[in-house]
Design a protein around this ligand. Structure first.
Ligand SMILES: [Zn+2]
Length: 452
């Protein structure tokens, strides 16, 4: 494919924005980015982007896709009471729910410019929920990172979703074996992570160590929830006599990267320094943190300590959307409010967190996250000049971050394939899929009401 005459926001090392550029794509990879017109090859599909902006696909570095089926159901609850209900979903979720919610959530993500999703999975009652979720995501053409995490403790989670560390390790090995070929594919459309779900609350130090050993032995990354709410810090302090969840994990020998640590709200500066030393990146979920009343993550301080910070929506039961444009705006503004400094985190930094830094946090920094020759073509085309939210356009990056609505997205390419065309996912009956998800959500909540 050839993308012609676009304003290209490259997010390269120099944050270059090219006013008029052509992007050539061959076999899913970007093969040229040129300010001079490139002639199309015979029969090559062309995308005329005159007046439009092309940016790297957004990377949602933390979510739980099944939660699109329970939007708006559990609200205004203390964190642990909310978590108790979320964990109880493990008693009711079926493989069909997992598959359908992954497809429905992927529609929301893709049409709003997200090309990579990190699905952090932690409900393992039904053996094939992970496979159903992965298959649902992949069927939509979204770049998939699946984190198969585990729980082995706590009064919050029903016993049916708990596993012993050796069982969890065996299940992760089995999952890896069944997706071995896809994970090995150099296009990197599927990555598998492992991890302890929420160390200190739903996962013991023994589980965290077992997952760390597995990750180190197999060259995998881990995903985990780190210090999301003050209640987690208090519980670790009560149970282990150490203040700070990261500090406790490190003392247990379970803070060995690469790790993607979701939230990281309640960490002190010494712990942030520890994250940088241990190759731990943060997945920052500001909308979810506000929604649950968890606090404001010290992102400015994390950036000062050279911690890689990615952005995520978190699940739709604590956001309640999967819109990364919203997250990309809220993340810097929260830091400005917190620091009382309008320059604390700027739009270029926010865009990097949502693209190239997200890619680095996932171990995909050489594969996606910027528009450069050699990268896979995960691209979003937006029509800023046709939206009342963005006209008049002066500073493209500022306007992408601060005022572009997700419905300014007109086309989305993942690995060079045109997945979204004129704002809709091509090749599927989008309305029928959403109707199926609506029915499944109603049925799931009916079943859940008998449980919690
Ligand atoms: Zn989460």
């Amino acid at each position: 494919m050839l993308i012609e005459n676009a304003t290209v926001v490259t997010v390269d090392a120099a944050d270059r924005v090219l006013d008029r550029a052509w992007i050539a794509i061959t076999d899913g990879a970007i093969t040229a980015v040129s300010a001079e017109p490139i002639a199309p090859r015979p029969g090559e599909p062309r995308l005329d982007a005159t007046g439009k902006v092309v940016m790297p696909g957004l990377i949602n570095a933390h979510t739980h896709l099944f939660q699109v089926l329970i939007r708006g159901v559990y609200e205004e609850l203390p964190f642990v009471e909310w978590l108790r209900r979320i964990y109880a979903c493990g008693l009711a979720l079926t493989e069909e729910d997992a598959y359908l919610s992954a497809r429905s959530a992927a529609v929301e993500a893709l049409t709003s410019g997200t090309t990579t999703i990190v699905e952090h999975h932690f409900l393992n009652r039904v053996r094939d929920l992970p496979a159903a979720t992965i298959d649902g995501m992949r069927s939509m053409g979204v770049r998939t990172v699946f984190a198969r995490t585990a729980m082995d403790m706590g009064a919050l989670a029903p016993s049916q979703v708990l596993e012993a560390p050796d069982e969890a390790v065996a299940a992760c090995e089995a999952l890896l074996a069944s997706y071995q070929a896809a994970v090995a594919d150099p296009a990197r459309m599927l990555s598998v992570f492992v991890g302890p779900n929420t160390p200190g609350v739903s996962a013991t130090a023994a589980m965290a160590r077992a997952m760390t050993d597995l990750a180190q032995a197999r060259g995998l990354r881990q995903s985990l929830h780190l210090a999301e709410s003050r209640s987690v810090v208090r519980q670790v302090e009560r149970d282990h006599g150490i203040t700070g969840v990261a500090r406790w994990l490190d003392a247990e020998g379970a803070l060995r990267g690469p790790i993607l640590a979701a939230h990281s709200v309640h960490l002190d500066v010494d712990e942030l320094r520890l994250l940088a030393e241990r190759d731990v990146a943060i997945s920052h979920n500001p909308v979810s943190n506000m929604f649950l009343g968890d606090g404001i993550a010290p992102v400015w301080e994390a950036l000062e300590q050279k911690v890689v910070v990615a952005l995520g929506t978190d699940g739709a039961a604590s956001n309640n959307s999967q819109d990364m444009f919203e997250v990309m705006k809220v993340a810097p503004l929260l830091q400005r409010a917190r620091r009382e400094d309008a320059s604390a985190v700027g739009p270029r930094q926010a865009l990097r967190m949502a693209t190239i830094d997200g890619a680095r946090a996932l171990g995909l920094g050489d594969v996606i996250g910027s528009i450069e020759v050699g990268k896979r073509a995960d691209l979003v085309v937006l029509d800023l000049e046709a939206s009342p939210h963005t006209v008049a356009v002066h500073d493209v990056v500022s306007q992408l971050v601060h005022c572009a609505p997700s419905d300014a997205v007109s086309s989305v390419l993942v690995d060079g394939r045109l997945i979204v065309n004129e704002g809709r996912v091509a090749g599927i009956d989008q309305q029928a899929l959403l109707a199926d998800a609506q029915a499944a959500g109603m049925d799931l909540v009916r079943r859940l009401s008998a449980i919690v």
